[in-house]
Ligand binder design. Structure first.
Ligand code: ADP
Ligand code: ASP
Ligand code: MG
Length: 870
């Protein structure tokens, strides 16, 4: 009989060595050896019994070792035994993996290429199909007869896919089945339409069809490529008990029994099984609930004691954060079961949270792999002791990853009468349970003055109502002050096993949130310390996620920049940024992204960062009309980058007047704008140095001024420089740095603009008339020279007298001030300790490169403040 021929020899794993072997397709060698190592560790206790079992098997007397006792079947019934102990590899293919006929072919190829002795493949419905099925029910119970057309669309989608994939008898038999199924579904939907209501078991029966069809199609395709393959309707095997919380609990003992029975009826080496669907103990079809196919695979893995479960999906593995929300998220090579569970529970939908428990019981590793990128090794989920790799040690961060849950509301039950009263928490949560709401996190301070917890937004109304009514008496008596709801929240969780007993993790986390100006509404951390959960406003969630993600070095310290005023200084700064960006990113982990550049007329905005090698052309090609409000909103409101800085390179007091508002919004401001009177560097500083360093008798005063103007060292109207106000501003800055509280009006300034020219209408008129006053300046200079002195225009801060002034002074030719050249600045500090010889600081004080360099260094200081290595 064919059945007898199959056992035991054909089902014995053909292992080349005593160790079970890993041979998943496209496995990279280091990962393979890691997995083999891992499995060796896992099984070295079993080896003795396995060898003897092996020996006996080769002799044809098929007894199995004690580790697979549950597999033993009653030989008198001549059943075909289901072999276990690492011969099975389980694969699960998600909806996108089987989304089209091409993809189904691709999946079949992956299955064929897996060299394992036994393969069990769990398959989801084609992508979107489960949603379509739920929609059929929704339409029917809303008495919308378009459910008929929608059912036809489901039929058509599968008919077309099958026609692409199959032919001959296979196609005919699949289409006949599909036809029958859809007719039955239509009949059922009609009943729902009449009743205006669908029971849960009707719904579960209907929505599970997507998996029935995809599994059948895939099994035909796999069989066509020559494998001995059967399809399994998992409703015959997987028995689950419904729970009160819209979940199901597998009955492992009963399911294992049924699996063995199924196998004895359908012995084969490759099984294509439906994900998602199951039956109740009364054989009523049910499901494992949304996204439940991962869970199906894990249960099957446990039932078979598989050596590995591979979850195939559309991303390279588990990322440190949802890759749709954090573009810099990195792939995690390994995760512990606990970490994977925490990540999935808190919203990383790459894995269904209940997937972990069944496989963890038998130490079965889970691989998450990308069907569209077979070269990527994926993420391995297993026991933490097994997964310590060099990669992990290098990735020092105690936080493995972050996940978020949106659409959450906080409930806060508050009142002085709660303190020290046993049973309050129990009363609150039993009320919440009674309305079937799921509590996602709980926080209670030890003052016991309030209990705060998060529930899904859609459940909060019922929760509030039940609490109001349950605690009516306490509220009326004032023992409870309120039951408050905070809607529109999100939960952000940081997950990592290394967080346990590592001091400073939460400090770093909250610091990153604070620096991104994110208000934390509630906090929870269990004593296992694997997870820190914070509740934030929903609109802050992505920014919060990005801020904490980048802070833990999982991505660059990213700063969104807006450059205002791309003139001489701003333009030079942009060029400096262009030249330094790559080094900053690679060597210092600082990612500076210029999200916008605005002048007074035009602006350029970018969603991801402007290409600085072409910013001038791009301004011309893609620029739009300047609008400072829109600009600010764009740069700061991108939600992609946690930190924003606006760099004001203008001399515009209107721009400066926005600083207060920006700072309040949490935007950092860096500026050399002297109108703001706070710029750390400004262009003018060196103008008067230049003039007096060059006013040495060879040229007239007006010629030197004209030359400085020509060289771009002066303001468009040189009177702005010669009036001394800018030096006075410098004096103010230095005075304030020294702790003096001086205002500009407190500083006497000796203006170098001749009295009669102060009212000249224009810069040109002023420059034209300036030579008339050369004589006066020449006399001053000559007098000084005759006495062996030079003239220098200086700002003085007198910390003892608490005053400042700006004036033209004479210095001996050997004084450091006399040695200046070009536009250099010089500052002499005369203090108690530097009395005989003042401390001198000297350097270039004007010019676009220097000023832009000063701004650049402030940007780097900001990055270091935000957490970049300095
Ligand atoms: P499947 O249909 O294969 O089961 P899912 O859509 O259920 O796929 O899960 C995969 C998706 O999970 C990915 O496309 C990704 O967008 C999302 N995802 C959310 N968080 C993470 C994360 N931390 N790592 C990887 N993927 C994530
Ligand atoms: N098809 C089911 C769903 O979309 C199960 C799954 O794909 O995991 O929920
Ligand atoms: Mg999924």
């Amino acid at each position: 009989m064919a059945r007898q021929q199959l056992i035991p020899t054909r089902l014995i794993p053909q292992l080349p060595c005593p160790y079970p072997r890993i041979s998943t397709c496209q496995q990279n060698s280091s990962l393979t050896s890691r997995l083999n190592r891992l499995i060796v560790q896992r099984h070295h206790f079993e080896w003795t019994s396995f060898v003897s079992q092996w020996g006996r098997r080769e002799l044809g007397c098929g007894h199995v070792s004690s580790s697979v006792k549950a597999v033993l079947l009653d030989e008198s019934k001549e059943k075909i035994r289901l072999p276990k102990v690492d011969m099975w590899s389980v694969h699960k293919f998600g909806g996108t993996c089987v989304g089209t006929s091409e993809r189904i072919k691709n999946v079949a190829e992956v299955i064929v290429n897996d060299g394992s002795d036994g393969k069990l493949v769990v398959v989801s419905a084609m992508s979107k199909v489960t949603d379509m099925m739920y929609d059929l029910i929704y339409k029917a119970q809303s008495r919308d007869d378009s459910y008929i057309a929608a059912a036809d669309a489901v039929f058509e989608k599968h008919r077309l896919t099958a026609t692409d994939l199959l032919d001959g008898e296979d196609l005919a038999s699949f289409l006949a089945q599909l036809h029958d199924d859809v007719n039955n579904l239509k009949a059922m939907l009609h009943a729902i339409y009449i009743a205006g209501h669908a029971t849960e078991s009707f719904s579960d029966f209907i929505v599970g069809h997507g998996e029935l069809w995809s599994a059948q199609m895939l099994s035909y395709v796999v069989r066509k490529s020559g494998l001995d393959c059967k399809w399994m309707d998992t409703r015959e095997v997987l028995i689950v008990n419904p729970t009160s919380s819209n979940q199901v609990d597998p009955d492992f003992v009963e399911s294992e029994k049924r699996l063995e029975e199924w196998f004895s009826r359908n012995p084969c080496k490759t099984i294509v099984a439906t994900g998602f669907v199951a039956s109740t103990p009364q054989n009523i079809p049910t499901t494992l609930k949304r996204d439940g196919s991962d869970f199906s695979a894990a249960i099957m893995g446990a039932l078979l004691r598989a050596r590995q479960v591979t979850i195939w999906t559309d991303v390279n593995g588990v990322y440190s954060a949802d890759p749709r929300k954090v573009s810099e998220a990195v792939i995690l090579r390994t995760l512990s079961y606990q970490e994977a569970w925490e990540m999935s529970y808190f919203g990383a939908n790459v894995l269904h949270p209940r997937t972990i428990i069944p496989v963890m019981r038998y130490d079965i590793p889970i691989m998450i792999r990308n069907i569209f990128n077979l070269a990527s090794p994926g993420t391995m989920i297993c026991q933490p002791s097994m997964n310590v790799s060099e990669d992990d040690q290098k990735l020092d961060s105690p936080v493995k990853g972050f996940a978020t849950i949106d659409n959450v509301a906080l409930v806060n039950v508050e009142g002085t009468g709660m303190a020290g009263v046993p049973g309050t928490a129990s009363a609150i949560f039993s009320a919440v349970k009674d309305v079937g709401a799921n509590v996602i996190m709980i926080s209670q301070a030890s003052s016991e003055h309030s209990v705060c917890f998060a529930v899904p937004e859609k459940e909060v109304k019922a929760v509030a109502e039940v609490l109001q009514s349950r605690f009516r008496q306490a509220l009326d008596a004032g023992r409870l002050s309120q039951v408050a709801i905070v809607p529109n929240c999100s939960i952000l969780a940081a997950v990592g096993q290394k967080m346990a007993s590592t001091p400073g993790v939460s400090a770093t986390l909250f610091n990153a949130l604070a620096k991104a100006s994110i208000n934390v509404r509630a906090i929870a951390q269990g004593c296992s310390e694997y997870n820190i959960t914070v509740v934030v406003k929903r609109e802050d969630c992505i920014r919060a996620l990005r801020a904490v993600h980048s802070r833990f070095y999982l991505s660059k310290t990213t700063i969104a920049m807006g450059i205002i005023g791309p003139g001489l200084i701003g333009g030079t700064l942009l060029d400096q940024l262009r030249d330094q960006a790559a080094v900053l990113k690679e060597e210092f982990n600082i990612d500076l992204r210029v999200m916008g550049i605005t002048g007074s007329r035009g602006m350029l905005l970018s969603e991801v960062g402007i290409d600085l090698s072409r910013w001038r052309e791009l301004m011309k090609e893609n620029g739009e009309i300047a609008d400072l409000e829109k600009f600010t909103h764009h740069v700061h409101g991108n939600h992609f980058i946690p930190n924003t800085v606006l760099v004001d390179c203008t001399a515009d007091s209107n721009v400066a007047s926005c600083y207060y508002d920006w700072l309040r919004k949490g935007i950092h401001v860096i500026t050399p704008n002297k109108k703001a009177n706070s710029g750390p560097l400004d262009q003018v500083t060196g103008t008067l140095s230049y003039i007096f360093n060059n006013f040495i008798g060879t040229q007239s005063f007006s010629e030197v001024v004209a030359e400085a103007k020509q060289a771009g060292y002066t303001e468009p109207d040189p009177r702005d420089d010669l009036s001394g106000t800018d030096v006075a501003r410098k004096v103010i800055i230095l005075a304030r740095e020294s702790g003096l509280k001086l205002e500009l009006s407190d500083i006497p300034v000796q203006s170098l603009v001749p009295e009669p020219l102060r009212a000249s209408a224009s810069a040109e008129a002023f420059m034209k008339r300036l030579p008339q006053f050369d004589q006066d300046m020449a006399k001053e200079r000559q007098k000084a020279e005759d006495a062996g002195d030079v003239l220098r225009y200086v700002g003085v801060v007198d910390a003892v007298r608490q005053e400042g002034r700006v004036e033209l002074r004479r210095y001996k030719k050997d004084h450091p001030f006399a040695q200046l050249s070009g536009s250099d600045n010089i500052i002499a500090f005369t203090t108690t300790r530097y009395k005989e010889q003042p401390l001198i600081v000297r350097g270039p004080g004007a010019g676009a490169q220097v000023t832009a360099g000063g701004i650049f260094s402030d940007i780097l200081r900001l990055a270091s403040y935000l957490g970049a290595p300095s």
